[in-house]
Design a protein around this ligand. Structure first.
Ligand SMILES: *Cc1c(COP(=O)(O)O)cnc(C)c1O
Length: 332
């Protein structure tokens, strides 16, 4: 049987704060301006982090936890999205060599975005799997350290600082809604808030399309699902059949998982734009969808008298696509 690694703790999250805030910001928790179906609703604006997503927290903690020898050899990952950006930002700031492996099918603009943050881009093959194989090679041959996007104790502890912030900013909080993909964010947030205030309800939201963690919870073990394109593209990808931490943490701490169709995600993006004047990507807006629909709110188990924080996790969206989506509302 596979050996079970110890799970991260509140102490690990507390210890991460100095490292995280060397790079990341404490982000605002703002009251939603629209009236809502609950007693109080606040928006945790973590899309305001440098790099445009919360992922800076985990990347900062993980890179700063490395030994000098490891830092010398550099870090590597196969993420072209928000984790890749965050790792590039932190590594550049710390003068640590950073290589992001990606397939030749990754669009030019994503590649340039990573390069402009100071990372080396390594183009390899025609799939994410081939990019990951190159990561494994670089780890074996160059002694580089892979910093994965979610299933890593230091990454989870770094994301957990968002949970500490939430309770500092709003001790009365009783429900938090968090977007879920690999589960690093919600694991860290849930660990922090439940350790400090066990009565807080933690609700996950994922797109229906390719909801790997939800399918794994149903199956009772990590499983693979067919990947499908979704507006919440940062929530795509599997959880890894050899998942070490996040599957167990989500199973233990998450109270409800709500799945969203594409229209609900688009509706949340539009609501945040037209009502709150906020630009968010699909994944970043997803949590809001639960507060805009009574059936979804019911599935989340959020009562009328709840005090709810919604984590808005990212804003890296193609602006032309975003504007087209916002304009669709006028054509109806
Ligand atoms: C990565 C990401 C998530 C999901 O985080 P996990 O730790 O993989 O669950 C949510 N929103 C945005 C914007 C992201 O980049």
């Amino acid at each position: 049987m596979r050996q079970e690694l110890p799970l991260p703790t509140l102490e690990a999250i507390r210890a991460a704060t100095n490292r995280v805030y060397a790079h990341a910001q404490r982000t605002p928790l703002i009251p939603a301006s629209s009236t809502s179906a609950v007693k109080a609703l606040r928006l945790k604006c973590d899309f305001m982090q440098p790099g445009g997503a919360f992922k800076l927290r985990g990347a900062a903690n993980a890179v700063m936890c490395l030994s000098d020898t490891q830092k010398q050899a550099g870090v590597v990952c196969a993420s072209t999205g928000n984790h890749g950006r965050a790792l590039a930002l932190v590594s550049t700031a710390l003068n640590v060599k950073c290589t992001i492996c990606m397939s030749e099918l990754v669009p030019q603009n994503k590649r340039r975005a990573i390069e402009s943050l100071g990372a080396n881009v390594c183009i390899v093959g025609r799939s994410q799997d081939e990019a990951q194989l190159r990561v494994d090679e670089l780890v074996a041959s160059e002694g580089m350290t892979e910093i994965p996007p979610f299933d890593h104790a230091d990454v989870i502890a770094g994301q957990g600082t968002l949970g500490l912030e939430l309770l500092e900013q709003w001790p009365e909080l009783d429900t938090v809604v968090v977007p879920l993909s690999g589960g690093g964010l919600i694991s860290g947030v849930a660990l922090a808030v439940k350790a400090l205030k066990p009565s807080v309800r933690v609700v996950a939201v994922s797109p229906q399309r390719g909801a790997a963690m939800a399918a794994s919870l149903t199956a009772g073990q990590p499983v693979e699902v067919q990947e499908e394109p979704t507006l919440a593209d940062s929530l795509g990808g599997g959880i890894g059949l050899q998942n070490r931490y996040t599957y167990r943490l989500v199973e233990r701490y998450v109270d409800a998982v709500v799945l969203l169709d594409e229209e609900a995600i688009a509706g949340a993006m539009r609501h945040l734009f037209f009502t709150e004047s906020l630009v968010t990507e699909g994944a970043g807006a997803a949590g809001m969808a639960v507060l805009l629909d009574d059936a979804l709110r019911g599935r989340a188990g959020i009562a009328d008298d709840a005090s709810v924080a919604v984590v808005l996790s990212g804003r890296n969206v193609d602006m032309q696509a975003f504007l087209a989506l916002m304009n669709e509302v006028c054509d109806e």
